[in-house]
Design a protein around this ligand. Structure first.
Ligand code: 4AD
Ligand code: MG
Length: 477
């Protein structure tokens, strides 16, 4: 008899079939009804124990979170809320669980408490739904790019270049920090380090991806990235996963089209393939909203929001237009923004991004053509000499979900920009080579995977959409 999953059994109509299944007890009631879950689906299957013919000693060990193996027949259920159930003929306790010590009780726990028990929170409905969705989204990402002629490119995680400028980096070293080797002038002697030079964990695979796009045409990375910024927000992690497509011959408009099509495609994928988990999360968010003051409630339910994103065009707005809107906005005039927008050139904070998306346009927004001096060195300078072909995709509830640009393909302009910013050419000689040997217009962007998972699951805190979050002062597990 082969072992079947709960998901398979719940959608089966082969009644009176003898089956074996294994899983963890969610609840056991009336010495008779086990709600069994094996992770294959959000839903539990009811297993009805013949308690008169089962040893008292076995019944006692059927406790919440115990691992069990069940043999029985699949029957149509008499009970409400389920179509099938298992009439148990044999039950074996595979692993006991002491209900007094098990931290996850059948009651509502705070997300803070569950974060401290991140190894067990996955056994709750909310986290199992979130993590199944995360897995489905990851598959949808690879599916989208594969079906659109992209090659997956594995960018290095340890990097010898620290010139991307996307954020503070984590140093990678095997030097004895208690006893650092010094050069004659007292500096740390990095030539004695493992790689013979300073190395860091990558903040982005972009620069390396650009070199690959210049030969394979369309590539994408999907890997972990690391930023040592001291940002304690609901949208920042120190270790997060980023998806970075890079496409030869694409200009900024093509890049915006790609970002929009890509996001819509992965969101539609989960709408079609993760219905149970999404329905559960939709309901969770609706319940959570009810406990909030009316003005803080979401205007749309989770499912409405996801369908809205799939069905509507993202609004494309230049930075210059956005500044005009913000300058004349109520919160700016009434000095409600923490950072007031006074002039062109101001960097946008998340309060401004969220105003544009949530209050003004009420839809996803792509801002483009930012001032050169608030963006990275590699972005294509526009003819006006003061803006660059940058784009940020802004989402309701999240703010920036994508950052990207058309890249500066002109060697002399790039060299001049690097000189202005003090980036040494010898640091990035290999990057400059792409501009010497067959340079071409090209573009790409980075999507923060956890921000996408946050949006799709409706979870308020980014720490609740990655299995083991790393944030300042926190790397437990
Ligand atoms: O805007 P960023 O810094 O762009 C880059 O790194 C470019 N090299 C991307 C490219 O053009 N290939 O980061 C891209 C995205 C952001 O829009 C955001 O979604 C996410 O990565 N992100 C973070 N997510 C979680 N925690 C953080 N600390 C993040 N920093 C950026
Ligand atoms: Mg950015």
């Amino acid at each position: 008899m082969t072992r079947m999953t709960v998901a398979e059994l719940l959608s089966s109509d082969k009644f009176l079939q003898e089956v074996t299944l294994k899983g963890w007890v969610r609840t056991f009631r009336a010495n008779r009804f086990i709600a069994l879950n094996d992770g294959s689906t959000l839903n539990n299957i009811q297993c009805v124990v013949d308690f008169e013919n089962t040893d008292e000693s076995v019944l006692k060990r059927i406790t919440t979170s115990a691992a069990v193996s069940v043999k029985g027949t699949l029957t149509e259920s008499q009970g409400k809320g389920q179509t099938v159930e298992i009439q148990v003929s044999e039950i074996e306790i595979l692993g006991d669980s002491n209900p007094e010590e098990y931290p996850i009780q059948p009651k509502k726990h705070s997300f803070e408490f569950l974060r401290e028990n991140a190894h067990l929170r996955i056994r709750t409905n909310t986290f199992s739904a979130v993590m199944r969705l995360r897995s489905a989204l990851s598959f949808a990402v690879h599916k989208y790019f594969t079906e659109n002629g992209f090659y997956n490119f594995h960018a290095p995680i340890i990097t010898g270049s620290d010139a991307e400028g996307a954020g503070e980096m984590f140093n990678v070293t095997t030097l004895d920090v208690e006893n650092l080797p010094k050069t004659d002038d007292g500096a740390i002697d990095r030539s004695k380090d493992f790689f013979g030079k300073t190395t860091n964990l990558t903040v982005s695979g972009q620069l390396e991806a650009e070199t690959y796009a210049m030969a394979l045409g369309k590539v994408y990375t999907f890997g972990p990235t690391f930023r040592a910024e001291n940002s304690n927000t609901t949208r920042h992690l120190s270790e997060f996963w980023m998806i970075e497509p890079e496409v030869a011959f694409n200009n900024l408009d093509d890049n915006m089209d790609l970002a929009e099509d890509f996001i819509k495609s992965v969101v539609s994928y989960v709408l079609q393939n993760c219905k149970d988990d999404l329905a559960f999360l939709d309901n969770r968010l609706t319940q959570e909203d009810k406990s909030k003051p009316v003005i803080e409630r979401n205007e749309m339910s989770l499912l409405e929001k996801l369908n809205f994103v799939v069905d509507n065009n993202f609004k494309r707005v230049s930075y210059t237009e956005a500044i005009d809107i913000l300058r004349n906005s109520k919160p700016n005039k009434k000095k409600k923004f923490q950072y007031l927008i006074n002039e062109w050139g101001a960097d946008l904070q998340s309060e401004h991004e969220r105003y544009l998306v949530e209050k003004h346009f009420k839809c996803p927004v792509i801002l483009f053509d930012y001032p050169a001096n608030i963006k990275a060195f590699y972005m294509r300078l526009n003819e006006d000499g003061k803006t660059v072909r940058a784009m940020d995709v802004l989402f309701p509830g999240i703010g920036e979900i994508v950052g990207g640009s058309q890249r500066e393909e002109r060697l002399d302009v790039l060299q001049q920009k690097m000189a202005e910013l003090g980036i040494e050419e010898k640091e990035l000689w290999w990057y400059l080579d792409t501009r010497k040997f067959g340079t071409a217009v090209h573009s790409g962007f980075g999507l923060g995977f956890e921000r996408l998972v946050q949006f799709t699951t409706g979870m308020g805190n980014i720490r609740d959409v990655i299995p083991y979050p790393r944030t300042p002062q926190n790397a437990e597990f």
